[in-house]
Write a protein that binds this ligand. Structure first.
Ligand code: FAD
Ligand code: DHB
Length: 398
């Protein structure tokens, strides 16, 4: 097989890259090691920054999002049960879109297939070759048969545990990393959320987040020990802890319902520099991970591929190579700001088991500041709703 851009991974990054390239008349093939059912059912992030929602809309993917997505004008911050609203619309003129990552993935897969493009699911033994040449190759097996894609460029969109990053020679990448002494226990529940907008809850017993996927389905998270086994969290314990951290003593604000899914996710901050080597470009989680408190993971993945699609468009249209060469530095400016913000939200809202009373007082002062100062609230709102994309997104698609 031969194509212009070979893409490894059918997550938001790989699928959006293929979609944006298609709009420029650039061919691609996506390969994915899981099944279509698996990637379409994988519950992960839920918040789209305002420009990312506009991008979906402007590139023909907005129909279901307009019907089923929830436009939010702000978020609530709960401090030991007391609720404070940060009005993003009033502070920045912008809101956010709550629309599950798996819904974005479903819409992208449908659009790729409708355009007659190839996504090969269930591949195995993926490896890349000749990435520092002008003719890189992706090798894999599909249905037990060896196969290969010869291409001009490779999109390394295979997430944190993929093969692309480790295929880059040791010594070419620098890693920056930080781990956190907690994880998130996440559940999807058949119950209405306690508020029509998100609640980020600081509580002496630990952080909790009250989000949703629809008016009748909640997505709820609890700070927990990352080593803890899910069996230690029967449903009753989860609901008790959610009521407590919301400050819901009467158990009247949070409705309980069937738990449809649950899992524990560890947290880390991680960046590799540069995000490219030869003709292999790392995008999204393959290049960086943020703790989820700032709702940045999926947005950063989409931002990377906007930059990459724009660079490849220039390459194929005019032969210009400079944007391709600057891919990593263009992305990293945004990546590091998202790292900073995700770290800030995480350290403001979680309990650290080793914190001393000074740090806890400082944390409460930070929460008091952000919920009482317009300047502080505006900085949070600007980052949460999404820093401006360099150059217009529209430029990419006209
Ligand atoms: P991915 O979505 O990971 O996609 C990579 C794809 O590559 C996957 O489909 C994978 O199956 C495939 N792949 C891997 N290896 C290979 C291979 N060798 N060959 C072919 N294909 C391969 N972010 C938030 O903001 N909020 C959240 O609540 C949140 N929750 C999360 C929960 C979990 C369990 C995880 C893991 C992440 C969560 N994130 C969250 C982060 C967010 O979902 C990611 O940032 C986002 O998925 C990044 O998209 P991506 O396309 O870069 O990577
Ligand atoms: C969701 C996840 C997040 O990490 C976040 O910060 C906000 C919302 C969600 O899954 O809905």
């Amino acid at each position: 097989m031969r194509t212009q851009v070979g893409i490894i991974g059918a997550g938001p990054a790989g699928l959006m890259l293929s979609h944006l390239l298609h709009l420029q008349g650039i061919e691609s093939i996506v390969i994915e090691d899981r099944s279509r059912e698996y990637v379409e059912g994988r519950i992960r992030a839920g918040v789209l920054e305002h420009w990312a929602a506009d991008l979906l809309d402007e590139t023909g993917l907005g129909e279901r999002m307009a019907r089923e997505g929830l436009m939010h004008g702000g978020i609530n911050i709960s401090i030991n049960g007391a609720l404070h609203y940060l009005d993003f619309k009033a502070l920045t003129g912008r809101g956010i879109m709550v629309y599950g990552q798996h819904e974005v993935v479903k819409d992208l897969i449908a659009a790729r297939l409708a355009a007659g493009e190839q996504i090969i699911f269930g591949v195995k033994d993926v490896r890349v070759e000749a990435i520092d040449s002008k003719q890189p190759v992706i090798r894999f097996t599909t249905n037990g048969k060896a196969s290969a894609i010869a291409c001009d460029f490779i999109g390394g969109c295979d997430g944190f545990h993929g093969i692309c990053r480790p295929s880059i020679p040791e010594g070419a990448l620098t890693t920056f990393e930080r781990s956190y002494p907690f994880g998130w226990l996440g559940i999807l529940a058949a119950s209405p959320p306690p508020d029509h907008e998100l609640i980020y809850a600081y509580h002496d017993r630990g952080f909790a987040l009250f989000s949703m996927r629809s008016p009748s389905v909640s997505r709820l998270y609890l700070q927990c020990d990352p080593e803890e086994h899910i069996a230690a969290w029967p449903d009753d314990r989860i609901w008790d802890e959610l009521h407590t951290r919301l400050g819901d003593k009467q158990r009247s604000r949070l409705a309980e319902g069937a738990v449809l899914q649950k899992g524990i996710t560890a947290m880390r901050s991680f960046v590799v520099e540069p995000m490219q080597y030869g003709r292999l470009f790392l995008t999204g989680d393959a290049a960086h991970i943020v703790p989820p408190t700032g709702a940045k993971g999926m947005n950063l993945a989409i931002a990377d591929v906007v930059v990459l699609a724009r660079a490849l468009k220039e390459f194929y249209r005019t032969g210009r190579n400079d944007l391709v060469q600057q891919y990593s530095s263009a992305c990293l400016r945004r990546v590091w700001k998202a790292q900073r913000f995700s770290w800030y939200m995480t350290s403001m809202l979680h309990r650290f088991h080793n914190d001393n009373p000074f740090d806890q007082r400082r944390q409460l002062a930070e929460l008091d500041y952000v919920t009482s100062s317009e300047a502080a609230a505006k900085a949070l709102a600007e980052n949460y709703t999404g820093l401006p994309m360099e150059g217009s997104v529209r430029y990419l698609i006209v």
